[in-house]
Design a binder for this molecule. Structure first.
Ligand SMILES: Nc1ncnc2c1ncn2[C@@H]1O[C@H](COP(=O)(O)OP(=O)(O)OP(=O)(O)O)[C@@H](O)[C@H]1O
Length: 493
């Protein structure tokens, strides 16, 4: 590989160049007779600017001139400023010293804490995925305690899962609950990549993780909305590199969370535009599929240690055919699709049971019972959706008694699959509830069999298990005939 050759070059031979042009995030560097360093080389600008300035080579304008993208702001950068080739690609610091810390794309702390130890091992952020022979294919579930996910779209240990949704449907809340659930249920290390979201959210996450005691086992890497596209484009790879080190060197399981993969794609599109490349479909970069594949294919398990990844994917204008969304879908083991309609009804987490899916829903993995129950839930919800059209046109009265029963049962199932989260307790006032898979299966099975037909709907809304709902109903004296009333909180309808 060209980069390896550059890395092997003795330090004394490292090339030096000078800035010839700087236009925002795009910087051209002339290396004269030494020749431009290979594509993806990292360059350090030797300036007296307010911060470190790192460039990544993207193209060669001629044998001596490299066109680069900057990872930090370039305001104040002047032609003639000297630049040093680092001799290889960008690197990320790795190891236990990163736990409890928040760093930027270049590996510098942004949490106000002390500098990282200078002797931390650094790894290149561009590397191939582990060879297929070393990748272990586990088929074990990664249980979350979130009913609708464990039942309808279970996550795979060492797998890739994504939460899809338009703006404000609950992706970030779900990801935060998953970090908490994973830390309390599975222990282990988490690496969080904050890509292109509001920086306020990053700060809140940091405080939340600290308050819930999870921070000590979490490393955070940010390239947020206020940062240049280069930082947002590469922050995911920096985080992945940190995770790979824990997998390969410590042989520990790692949970890699990415919020938001769509912003990674968008940053790539911005970089591509800045470099003057012609856009492809819907204005995306022509390299869209390769860029997503490079990131996704590296998320893999090796030598018995698993990197489980949970990603948030923003769906622009709720359009699931968007190329960035569709490309990401193709790499996943589990797809958790969030529905605006359900969020509007207060049915949180707003996971659409019909649109969500997982490769684990297979009798050979989860057994006949789980698959039968999941299929039953799906059929019930599908039936309800069909009947909904009749109801809106003609009203409930026109339905046959069986259809009315199906609608009532579906409403109970819908409410049973809502759940209060620990991370939302501070604004909903409801303590978080986690449900073991067995209890979720028992509850869903009982509702499908009609055993909860007489249970007050309201008692099922925002509970953990069916037994919790029954206890709640008994306490309210509402365990008698179902009234078909609205869900708790008055939101769901
Ligand atoms: N599980 C939940 N329980 C209660 N309320 C929720 C839940 N999930 C989301 N919400 C409500 O929806 C709001 C938006 O959620 P969130 O920020 O997670 O959306 P998002 O999909 O990440 O949005 P964006 O794309 O704008 O970042 C929350 O502030 C909260 O009010």
């Amino acid at each position: 590989m060209a980069q390896a050759t550059a890395a092997e070059r003795p330090a004394t031979e490292l090339r030096r160049g000078r800035i010839v042009a700087a236009a925002g995030a795009v910087v051209d560097v002339d290396f004269g007779d030494a020749g431009a360093p290979p594509i993806r080389s990292a360059l350090e600008v030797e300036w007296d600017g307010p911060h470190r300035l790192t460039l990544e080579v993207q193209a060669h304008l001629d044998p001596a001139t490299a066109r680069c993208v900057a990872l930090q702001e370039t305001a104040g950068l002047r032609p003639g400023t000297p630049v040093r080739d680092s001799g290889g690609p960008l690197t990320a610091p790795t190891g236990r010293a990163l736990l409890g810390r928040m760093i930027d794309v270049a590996g510098d702390p942004i949490d106000g804490g002390p500098p990282l130890p200078a002797d931390l091992p650094r790894m290149p952020i561009h590397r191939p995925p582990p060879p297929l022979a070393e990748q272990g294919a586990t088929r074990e579930p990664f249980l979350t305690g979130i009913k609708i996910i464990d039942l309808m779209a279970p996550l795979l240990r060492g797998g890739k899962a994504a939460m899809f949704g338009g703006a404000g449907v609950g992706k970030t809340v779900l990801i935060m609950e998953l970090i908490r659930a994973a830390a309390t249920r599975h222990g282990g290390i988490s690496v969080f990549a904050g890509i292109g979201e509001r920086s306020r959210e990053g700060h809140e996450l940091w405080l939340d993780l600290g308050a819930s005691g999870v921070l000590a086992n979490t490393a955070l890497v940010f390239g947020q909305m206020n940062e240049p596209p280069g930082a947002r484009w590469r922050a995911g790879l920096t985080a992945l590199t940190v995770a790979e080190h824990f997998r390969d060197v410590e042989r520990s399981d790692v949970l890699l969370l990415m919020d938001n993969v769509y912003r990674f794609v968008q940053a790539g599109a911005e970089v591509s535009g800045l470099l003057g490349r012609l856009p492809s479909r819907v204005g995306y970069q022509p390299t869209l599929a390769t860029e997503i594949a490079e990131l996704e294919e590296r998320i893999a398990s090796a030598h018995g240690a698993a990197v489980t990844s949970i990603q948030a994917v923003y769906v622009p204008a709720d359009d699931f055919t968007d190329p960035a969304v569709a490309q990401t879908f193709a790499h996943l083991d589990s797809a958790v699709v969030l529905s605006r309609e359900m969020a509007a009804q207060g049915l949180y987490p707003a996971v659409d049971p019909l649109a969500s899916s997982s490769t684990l829903i297979d009798p050979r993995i989860f057994g006949q019972r789980h698959c039968r129950i999941a299929e039953g839930v799906r059929e019930l919800m599908e039936r309800r959706r069909e009947l909904q059209e009749v109801i809106s046109l003609l009203g409930m009265e026109e339905l046959s008694p069986e259809d009315r029963l199906a609608v009532a049962r579906a409403r109970r199932m819908e409410r049973f699959l809502t759940q209060p989260f620990a991370v939302t307790e501070h604004f909903t006032g409801r303590p978080g509830a986690s449900a073991p898979l067995e209890a979720t299966l028992d509850g869903a099975e009982a509702i499908l069999a009609g055993e909860a037909d007489s249970l007050d709907e309201e008692a099922l809304y925002m509970t953990g298990t069916l037994d919790d709902a029954r206890t709640r109903a008994a306490r309210r004296g509402g365990a008698g005939e179902g009234t078909g009333g609205g869900a708790g909180g008055g939101a769901a309808r």
